[in-house]
Design a protein around this ligand. Structure first.
Ligand code: 1Q0
Length: 229
């Protein structure tokens, strides 16, 4: 039912995960990064079957990175740090060293897989920022597709772009969106206050996501991996 939508989703868990994903040395801790996505998947799953192919896609990518992580023994050079998939940079170094990154063909590397999530995070950053600045009556579908066209559509086939267009009808409206962000059913007279809190939470989440996005972007750029097939 509509009231149950997003019940398990907690935006503050997204905020905590992405905030704690960044270390003092501007490293991205992969497990925290993936946990941020786990929480976003809960939101997606609450939107129902039309969106199902999107949450399946995200879960598939998350599962793949975790599988690589479980299967990767640290080489001698890496021994000290232990887990080569601990941070984004260590994953990149490890996969480059092990010859797992294919620059010409599609592969199953963590680098190319996480790049897909990274581009999706760009979409999310643009979308949530637009939601935070929206006013009553604005269409979430419209905000969503503006962000999609900018951040993700350039990487998607024509067919997929049509499917995404269809999926957008499953988006909650603005009021419900803020209800999900705030986590509780509000009384009519508390709506203004709730929305103010919701906006603040959104703003902080956008900041956390932006920081993670920028650091990740730098790492991909530094390794010439922004176009990995
Ligand atoms: C709010 C939900 C609307 C989401 C609309 C955004 C469009 C997403 C399009 C996803 C298409 C998935 C189908 C598969 C695509 C792959 O071909 C593609 C490339 O991978 P590959 O292996 O073929 O090279 N994969 C991707 O591009 C990954 C894309 C994943 C998109 C995930 C976006 C979902 C974000 C969800 C978080 C929503 C939470 C918002 C609310 C939080 C605050 C209340």
């Amino acid at each position: 039912s509509r009231l149950c939508r997003g019940r398990d989703f907690q935006i503050h868990r997204v905020l905590t995960a992405f905030n704690s994903a960044v270390t003092g040395e501007r490293e991205i801790l992969l497990e925290r990064y993936l946990e941020g996505w786990d929480e976003l998947v809960k939101f997606l799953e609450s939107l129902g079957t039309v969106i199902g192919f999107i949450s399946q896609e995200v879960k598939g990518k998350l599962g793949l990175v975790r599988e690589l992580r479980r299967g990767a023994p640290a080489t001698e050079e890496e021994e000290e740090g232990g887990d080569p998939y601990r941070t984004l940079r260590s994953m990149m170094a490890h996969e480059l060293r092990a010859g797992l990154v294919d620059f010409r063909r599609q592969s199953l590397s963590g680098c190319r897989t996480l790049l897909r999530l990274h581009r999706a995070l760009h979409w999310l950053q643009l979308f949530l920022r637009a939601v935070g600045r929206s006013s009553a009556g604005d269409s979430m579908g419209a905000l969503c597709s503006v962000a999609y066209n900018q951040a993700l559509a350039p990487y998607h086939s024509w067919l997929l772009r049509q499917a995404v267009g269809v999926a957008l009808v499953a988006l909650p409206d603005r009021a419900e969106f803020f209800r999900i962000v705030c986590g509780v059913e509000e009384a009519e007279e508390e709506k203004g206050e709730r929305e103010r809190e919701g906006r603040q939470l959104l703003e902080r989440t956008v900041l956390a996501i932006t920081r993670v996005y920028n650091i990740t972007q730098e790492a991909y750029q530094a390794n010439g991996m922004l176009d990995l097939p």
